[in-house]
Structure formats: structure tokens, C-alpha cells
Design a protein around this ligand. Structure first.
Ligand SMILES: NC(=O)c1ccc[n+]([C@@H]2O[C@H](COP(=O)([O-])OP(=O)(O)OC[C@H]3O[C@@H](n4cnc5c(N)ncnc54)[C@H](O)[C@@H]3O)[C@@H](O)[C@H]2O)c1
Length: 260
């Protein structure tokens, strides 16, 4: 018996990193999973891995920055898997740029994926859940950057502040449909996004990637980055029966990087 037996989940950004770890953990816990990503190859790999765990899956390719494609991805998941019980919004992009160098195009792209894409995926999923008679779990991935001054991540941090705001509003609004809406703030994980971030910091500071990467791990009170599976465990809790009365909550899985 798994925590999510018989549940149907859609995970965005499921091709790699936290999205993939969440898709696979959910499948191990009994869920069927729609793996949505802009990258066809990695979406397919995740979906095949879900199948190998004995669950049904659907690889769905969509650029979620397009609201119509985001709604289309949700519709396709329901079409192929039958219904929708859980949404995890993990897809995001990140640029490392000093505030004075940010361009309007970079601002627009980050908001299009991280905020608009997340919102219209959430809206489409919530419509489906409400139509099914209510009940459902929505989990948005935010970041400690949404609350901290982030000199090289001004735009990314602003998109995550938008995610926090959407999470609060949706939690209150969708409660009448018994849909819970929560977020997870991972600190620093071992994923391709982190490599991009540490690589960007290294390039801007003229230091080596290895030096920056090690220094940023040491700065975490627990002394290391999280494996994405450790953060996925928080998503499993929020998606499972133990968290039925939890909504509007921001779960901090940051190894002490952020403290309440
Ligand atoms: N890596 C960290 O340390 C860290 C820290 C805090 C928060 N987060 C957040 O966790 C989540 C997962 O991060 P990650 O480290 O696994 O990132 P990642 O870059 O490794 O993976 C992101 C995935 O999203 C997909 N994606 C990007 N743009 C898309 C689009 N337009 N449409 C559909 N899919 C798209 C990518 O193809 C990729 O598979 C993100 O929301 C990120 O902001 C990450």
C-alpha cells in the first residue's frame, strides 16, 4: 500500500531535477503520473521510468509560458489518465544577472514561465478538480529567494514572490472546493538549475565553479545541498492523507537557509 494509491498526479518540470524526483516518488507511492516538460526527451524518460515502477504515465510536452498550452497540458493529462487529483508546479527558469543588466526580455521570459505558466496550470487543474466534485492537492514550488534580497536573482526572486501570492490567494479561494494549495521552498538542491546558478555566479565573480559550488554548500546551516528526493518528500506529505487540513502553508525545506 502506497501513500498515494489510486491517485492521479500531474507534475510540471518533470523532465529533471525536483520535478522528476517528485514524479518518481509519487509513482513509487502508488500514483499514476503525467510528466509535463518543455523538453520532449526528458519528459519521455520520466514517463518511462514511471511505467517501469508499475504505474500508468503520460509524457506531455508543453511550453507552459503559453497559457493555452498550459491548459492544454492539463486537459491532455485528464484525457489520457482519466482524472486529476494532484498538481505539482515545479517548472521554472532562472537567469543569473546583476540588477543593472536585466533586460525587459529576460524579465518577461522569467515571469511568463515561473508566474504566468504556474498560474494558468493551477487554474486549469483547479477547474478540473472542481468539476470532478471537489477535493485535490496543489503544490507550488517557491524559493527562499522570494523573501530574501537576491542581488543576482532579482527577476527570479520576484517571480517566486508572485508564486507566494498566488498560493495564498488560491488556498483561500479554492477551499470551497476542498482543494488545498500549499508551497514548498527548497533551499539549495543538487539539480541542473543549481549548476546554472553557481556557474553564473562563478562567471560573474571570476572564480572557479568548484570553489563557488563548495562555498555555497558550506553556507547552508546543515552543511550540504538537498537531494531533490528530500524535497519531494515534502510534496508527498502535502499530497497525501496526512495533510488534508493543511492549506496556505509554505513548507521550508532549506536546511536552515531560511528560518521562520
Ligand atoms: N535548484 C534549487 O536549488 C532550487 C532552490 C529553490 C527553488 N527551486 C525551484 O524548484 C523547482 C525545480 O527546480 P530544479 O532545480 O529541479 O530545476 P531544473 O532547471 O533542474 O528543472 C526545471 C525543469 O523545468 C522545465 N521547464 C523549464 N521551462 C519550462 C517551460 N516553459 N515549460 C515547461 N517546462 C519547463 C525544464 O525543462 C526542466 O526539466 C523550480 O521551481 C525552482 O525554481 C530550485
Amino acid at each position: 500500500m502506497g501513500t498515494l494509491d489510486g491517485r492521479i498526479a500531474l507534475v510540471t518540470g518533470a523532465g529533471r531535477g525536483l520535478g522528476r524526483a517528485t514524479a518518481l516518488l509519487f509513482a513509487r507511492e502508488g500514483a499514476d503520473v503525467a510528466a509535463v516538460d518543455i523538453d520532449p526527451t526528458s519528459a519521455k524518460e520520466t514517463a518511462e521510468h514511471v511505467l517501469s515502477l508499475g504505474r500508468r504515465s503520460a509524457a506531455i510536452v508543453a511550453d507552459l509560458s503559453d497559457a493555452a498550452l498550459a491548459a492544454g497540458a492539463v486537459a491532455e493529462a485528464v484525457d489520457r489518465l482519466g482524472r486529476l487529483d494532484i498538481l505539482v508546479n515545479a517548472a521554472a527558469v532562472l537567469d543569473v544577472e546583476p540588477l543593472l543588466a536585466v533586460t525587459p526580455a529576460a524579465w518577461d521570459r522569467a515571469f511568463a514561465v515561473n508566474a504566468r505558466g504556474l498560474f494558468f496550470t493551477l487554474q486549469a487543474a483547479a477547474r478540473v478538480m472542481a468539476r470532478q466534485g471537489g477535493g485535490g492537492r496543489i503544490i507550488n514550488i517557491t524559493s527562499p529567494a522570494s523573501r530574501l534580497p537576491a542581488p543576482l536573482l532579482t527577476v527570479y526572486a520576484a517571480t517566486k514572490a508572485a508564486v507566494d501570492s498566488v498560493t495564498r490567494a488560491a488556498a483561500v479561494t479554492l477551499a470551497e472546493h476542498r482543494i488545498t494549495v500549499n508551497s514548498i521552498a527548497p533551499g539549495r538542491m543538487e539539480t541542473p538549475m543549481t549548476e546554472r546558478l553557481d556557474g553564473g555566479i562563478a562567471a560573474l565573480s571570476g572564480r572557479s565553479f568548484a570553489e563557488v559550488h563548495a562555498e555555497r554548500a558550506r553556507a547552508i546551516p546543515l552543511g550540504r545541498r538537498a537531494e531533490p528526493e528530500e524535497v519531494a518528500q515534502a510534496a508527498l506529505w502535502l499530497a497525501g492523507p496526512a495533510a488534508g487540513y493543511v492549506t496556505g502553508c509554505r513548507v521550508n525545506v532549506s536546511g536552515g537557509l531560511e528560518v521562520d
